[in-house]
Design a protein around this ligand. Structure first.
Ligand SMILES: CC(C)(COP(=O)(O)OP(=O)(O)OC[C@H]1O[C@@H](n2cnc3c(N)ncnc32)[C@H](O)[C@@H]1OP(=O)(O)O)[C@@H](O)C(=O)NCCC(=O)NCCS
Length: 177
């Protein structure tokens, strides 16, 4: 992808800054025990730093990655969202991931960012489908997947803990005719 940012109605999406200047804002969210209740544990600062470094590395290698979500008007850091390569049951897939600050919960921000990435993945990036890996009890995240037209495709054991995850999926629309 040539561009290094794009905008939606309310949001600006851009890669993480290489100078790690997003670390404080990201870590404030990822160290919040309630926000991280569906992960193995809240992140340490080192884990948040590694999260950004992995995102930068994926951006370099694949041309896409988890990107920062900012408020278009205020520039406030709202979270991150974007495509991530995954291997599910031995097969390469692209997952769209999302996380939004609890301060701005339930305003449709994750849905707006994820829908924009869905359209880029299934459009200019040329993917024929994308997935999202979600623990069954993560009701907020399931809501985002469903709002962007994903449906449950299958179940898998995923992550270092091998926890059960639903694999949500949405496919590119068939060409007319
Ligand atoms: C999941 C998450 C990104 C949702 O962000 P958000 O911007 O608040 O989501 P949206 O406002 O776009 O909500 C979309 C839909 O999800 C569902 N939803 C969101 N938050 C919910 C909540 N607290 N309880 C129940 N349903 C919820 C609703 O169906 C909602 O649509 P509605 O508000 O019109 O009813 C956010 O809660 C988060 O960052 N959670 C922690 C990190 C995480 O679990 N990430 C996903 C890992 S798979």
């Amino acid at each position: 992808m040539e561009e290094n940012a794009f905008e939606t109605d309310r949001l600006r999406l851009r890669p993480f800054a290489a100078d790690l200047s997003d670390l404080d804002a990201l870590h404030e969210i990822q160290s919040d025990a309630h926000h991280m209740r569906f992960y193995p544990h809240p992140f340490s600062r080192e884990e948040s730093r590694a999260w950004i470094e992995r995102s930068l590395d994926r951006q370099e290698r694949y041309g896409y990655s988890l990107w920062v979500i900012e408020d278009r008007r205020s520039g406030e850091f709202l979270g991150n969202c974007g495509p991530i390569p995954q291997v599910i049951d031995g097969v390469g897939e692209v997952e769209i991931g999302w996380s939004v600050t609890p301060r701005r919960a339930r305003q449709g921000i994750a849905t707006e960012a994820a829908a924009a990435w869905r359209d880029r993945c299934l459009g200019p990036l040329g993917m024929d489908h994308v997935i999202s890996l979600i623990r069954p009890e993560n009701v907020p995240s399931r809501g985002v997947a469903e709002r962007i037209g994903m449906t449950v495709w299958k179940e898998t054991l995923h992550g270092s803990e091998r926890w059960l995850h639903l694999v949500y999926r949405v496919d590119v629309a068939p060409a007319p005719g």
